[in-house]
Ligand binder design. Structure first.
Ligand SMILES: O=C(O)CCC(=O)C(=O)O
Ligand SMILES: [Fe+2]
Length: 311
């Protein structure tokens, strides 16, 4: 892992991070850590899992996706890492006094519009209120581990509200070293590497991948940063990133569409452009397949009804 020197801009508090500053970093495609951007938010002090559980119970539950990164396997297989969805209150209840403190519990992004009451304790900073089309997602759990990916067409601001999170960032030029899935699949923006195959007890776990299987990834240039509660991290479009949250942790991530002029010519951009016609091509083929599935389902339900009929 070669750390890129001076590649991460640093700001302190919200007064120094003006819309002009943000604009500069959007144009340069440079990541920024803003220490203490949200330090005044109530959420920083009170969002224990117990408080979170009560808040959900009072305001309404939602069904959440879940993921679990397997120990020992070199390659990510989405079928293996995806668990059955569960009510978020149950997931948060699991985060309170778990029998195994090292257990991984991961909510890999829920739209914040389904949990709008969260914003009472964590209002958006003025910076975000000035950007059109911003939407939020919540990533949370215990000992969370994500799959390395880049954002196809959006910019992102990760706001850390509880716990610590290690984020590794790779410039767009490094993507070919990170074993991305085929450009012709829907996973074209994700890496096949299991970043948490080894050394799960480490935080940050910078030695999680298999160096024999992925020697190029080990040599890739990157930036490692740990975000603390109250900090925010700007993740530019097409930068691959992978995260590891320690213990109980909550991040509110805000996304907005990148301006076309902030795209650069690079591997992730080309993959994204290729994905648009590929998706359109896949779609007409999927129509007959879906009709056939519907037809079979209709036939099956007719057969089962027939089977139940008395002779
Ligand atoms: O925090 C996580 O687990 C993932 C966050 C992420 O991918 C993002 O902020 O874009
Ligand atoms: Fe992301």
């Amino acid at each position: 892992m070669k750390q890129i020197k001076n590649a991460l801009a640093l700001h302190q508090g919200d007064s120094s991070f003006t819309p002009r500053e943000l604009d500069k970093h959007l144009s340069n495609g440079q990541p920024v850590i803003i220490r203490g951007l949200n330090k005044g938010a109530r959420a920083i002090g009170c969002w224990t899992p117990e408080y979170f559980f009560d808040m959900i119970k009072k305001n309404g539950d939602v069904i959440s996706p879940r993921r679990l990164t397997p120990v020992g396997s070199q390659k990510i297989n989405f079928k293996d890492i995806t668990l059955a969805p569960q009510p978020i209150s149950e997931i948060v209840a699991d985060c309170i006094d778990p029998e195994d403190p090292d257990k991984e519990i991961y909510v890999p992004g829920i739209r914040m519009r389904n949990l709008q009451y969260m914003e009472q304790d964590a209002p958006r900073t003025s910076l975000l209120r000035d950007i059109a089309g911003v939407y939020g997602e919540v990533f949370m759990g215990r000992n969370t581990q994500c799959v390395a990916h880049f954002h196809r067409d959006s910019q992102a601001l990760l706001c850390q509200m509880q716990g610590r999170k290690h984020v590794r960032l790779y410039p767009p030029s490094q993507l070919n070293k990170l074993s991305p899935f085929s450009a012709f699949t829907k996973y074209f923006n994700r890496s096949k590497i299991n970043y948490f195959q080894h050394n799960r007890q480490d935080f940050p776990n910078t030695r999680g991948i298999d160096p024999h299987r992925y020697p190029d990834a080990v040599r890739a240039q990157c930036i490692d940063v740990v975000v603390e509660p109250g900090d925010a991290l700007f993740i530019p479009i097409h930068w691959t990133h992978v995260t590891q949250g320690k213990d109980w942790n909550v991040s509110m991530v805000y996304f907005w569409r990148a301006r076309l002029r902030d795209w650069k010519v690079n591997g992730p951009a080309i993959r994204t452009l290729m994905s648009y016609p590929i998706k359109t091509l896949r779609f007409p083929f999927s129509i007959p397949a879906r009709l056939y599935t519907l037809f079979r389902l209709a036939l099956l339900s007719k057969q089962s009804r027939t089977a139940k009929m008395p002779k």
